[in-house]
Design a protein. Structure first.
Length: 216
């Protein structure tokens, strides 16, 4: 009969205790995460923040509460806090959605290069991430990379052929390239999908047209 030493038995016992405690904490953290998500959906940012904080206290190695707390902090315009939370979530579980939302927070903060890098990383993980394609296209266009913007809007449309904003923004880039007829086709397609253009998009189109008309 095999005999085990007392130190080994004690180690195994303590290991089981640690594992059991971790499992209990993870379940409790998930409960707080679910409650926080409900608070967030209801618009109670402070309530959601308290629940996510508690989830993190219970299980610091659980990525989901960091990600969710990042969403709250971004809504509160705490962009540095949001970026920090998304970064921690990425360290624990590098999913495309975490890169996408960190990119959005960096965009909000005015860090275009950082945002583009995050959107690019999201697309490396999930090449069909429509939001990452679209958002990167917006920033590439703003940076003057018109061909890159066209490519991103085109990819977004390939994944979602009813992405009206991608058509409209691709049309804006085509206007900037002097491709008026192509641009009009893009606007027509966007209108067929949504009936009206977003006011910000319409204003941008008007600005480009007025600017070109004012040139001698």
């Amino acid at each position: 009969m095999r005999r085990f030493s007392l130190p080994l038995l004690l180690f195994c016992f303590l290991l089981n205790v640690v594992v059991l405690r971790a499992q209990v904490n993870r379940r409790a953290a998930m409960d707080h995460l679910n409650r926080g998500t409900q608070e967030l959906d209801a618009g109670d940012l402070e309530g959601a923040l308290a629940e996510f904080n508690r989830a993190i206290e219970l299980d610091p190695n659980y990525s989901a509460p960091y990600f969710s707390r990042g969403l709250v902090r971004r809504r509160q315009a705490d962009y540095d806090g949001a970026i920090s939370d998304f970064t921690k979530a990425i360290e624990l579980n590098p999913i495309a959605e975490a890169y996408l939302d960190r990119g959005a927070a960096r965009k909000d903060k005015g860090d275009r290069d950082g945002a583009i890098a995050d959107f690019t990383k999201a697309l490396e993980i999930d090449p069909t991430d429509v939001d990452a394609c679209y958002e990167r296209g917006i920033l590439r266009g703003a940076r003057g990379d018109l061909d890159g913007a066209i490519a991103d809007f085109t990819k977004a449309i390939e994944v979602n052929p009813r992405h009206a904003k991608a058509y409209a923004n691709r049309g804006i880039i085509m206007l900037l390239q002097g491709r008026d007829a192509d641009a009009q086709k893009e606007f027509d397609t966007a209108l067929k999908i949504e009936n009206t253009l977003n006011p910000d998009l319409q204003n941008r189109i008007n600005q480009i047209v007025r600017g070109r008309k004012s040139k001698p």
